[in-house]
Write a protein that binds this ligand. Structure first.
Ligand code: GAR
Length: 218
């Protein structure tokens, strides 16, 4: 049986769409069984419905600071749909340590920076202000700290001198859409190994690719 995945969103859901598209391919080792949004107006809901994926809205706003109350309703929905794995896709709500612990090793997040650099809000602005020449995206297991946890996969892009947060975000988003389905595939196929706070994929051949920015010796 393929693991059943719930994708949690709060907004446009482009990473969700990339996961749904990948999982529709023959041989993909996970089923996207459910999309849950904590925001009723999230654009991603309509995309999921068009793809034939069941959707659920569990508004978090009425719960205010009662994170455990929200999570009790969320957990009941996940149980009811026999969910094995969670993918956060732009889900803008923090979890309690208890919820995170319950899903330890079974919940992924994507963040648009090369973590541990630039967690939190405005990662592209942070990257541009720091003057880094390479940025990217990270898929990681969720731990109680925000935008941290064992890294499953990263993808990198060159930062351009004339980049704005928006132009950089667009190039990084294309990377996100490639690495999230690949990272979920590794997890669902049992090809990730978690030990001592790190994630390794021993069965995957390593890469010697180099990205140099600005290009050297052109
Ligand atoms: C994505 O860029 C994702 O990496 C980011 O939110 C965006 C959601 O877009 N997540 C975070 O910043 C998490 N800290 P999407 O709804 O189109 O997938």
């Amino acid at each position: 049986m393929k693991p059943r995945v719930a994708i949690l969103i709060s907004g446009r859901g482009s990473n969700m769409a990339a996961l749904i598209e990948a999982a529709a391919e023959d041989g993909y080792p996970a089923d996207i069984a459910l999309v849950i949004s904590n925001v009723a107006s999230a654009g991603g809901l309509a995309i999921a419905q068009r793809s034939g994926v069941e959707t659920l809205v569990i508004e978090s706003k009425p719960f205010g600071k009662d994170r455990a109350g929200f999570e009790a309703v969320l957990q009941a929905a996940l149980d009811q749909h026999r969910i094995d794995l969670i993918c956060l896709g732009g889900f803008m709500r923090l979890f309690t340590a208890e919820f995170v612990q319950h899903w330890h090793g079974r919940m992924l997040n994507i963040h648009p920076s090369l973590l541990p650099s630039f967690p939190g809000l405005d990662p592209h602005g942070q990257a541009l202000r720091a003057g880094v020449k390479i940025s990217g995206a990270t898929v990681h297991f969720v731990i109680p700290e925000t935008d941290a946890g064992p890294i499953v996969m990263q993808g990198a892009v060159a930062v351009h001198d004339d980049d704005t947060p928006d132009t950089l975000a667009a190039r990084v988003l294309a990377v996100e859409h490639r690495i999230y389905p690949q990272a979920l595939k590794l997890l669902a196929a049992g090809e990730t190994k978690l030990a001592e706070g790190l994630c390794k994929s021993p069965a995957i051949p390593s890469s010697d690719q180099i990205l140099i920015v600005p290009p050297a010796g052109a």
